[in-house]
Design a protein around this ligand. Structure first.
Ligand code: FE2
Ligand code: FE2
Length: 164
């Protein structure tokens, strides 16, 4: 019998998969900022839309399900307070990107700054919050994964029907 213990997929690994997915989108956007192709603007607009949608849904499932559960399980809640403040700031930038009419240098700047900001936020979740959540007693992170996945699916469907 192999004795190496592999981590079971849990709420944190689901959230981190979202983080990696959105990181890819930011990278694709960054590559496009170096392109002179006429189609770059259109593609940038699409990518920005996708980034904003992904982040909006991700923030919602964290705020509705993950953060409150972690807050209830940890003694020190500064990390949670900071994460919520960071979400508010990110939402403000997301709104600016969604409201922008032109895909110009300022648009690029907003997407770039959002990407840097999310990088910072993700590092704190991955290296601090998830570590503490996994070490906390009485948190069913494996069970929570299902709940997050179901809510994510619901929100994604809402979002795409709102756009259509
Ligand atoms: Fe977050
Ligand atoms: Fe996150």
């Amino acid at each position: 019998m192999p004795t190496t213990k592999r981590a079971e997929p849990d709420a944190c690994s689901l959230l981190d998969a979202d983080h990696r997915q959105v990181k890819k989108l930011f990278k694709a956007y960054e590559d496009l900022t170096k392109s002179k192709a006429a189609s770059a603007s259109q593609r940038k607009r699409e990518l920005a839309k996708e980034i904003c949608a992904e982040l909006t849904v991700h923030a919602r499932i964290e705020e509705e399900i993950f953060y409150p559960a972690v807050r209830g399980a940890l003694k020190e809640t500064d990390l949670l307070d900071e994460a919520e403040v960071e979400h508010a700031t990110a939402k403000d930038l997301i709104a600016q990107i969604q409201d922008a009419t032109e895909v110009d240098d300022m648009f690029d700047a907003k997407v770039t700054v959002l990407g840097e900001y999310i990088d910072h936020h993700v590092k704190e979740e991955r290296n601090e919050m998830f570590v503490k959540a996994r070490a906390a007693r009485g948190l069913d992170l494996v069970g929570m994964r299902e709940e997050l996945a179901a809510r994510k699916e619901e929100l994604m469907a809402e979002l795409s029907s709102a756009i259509a």
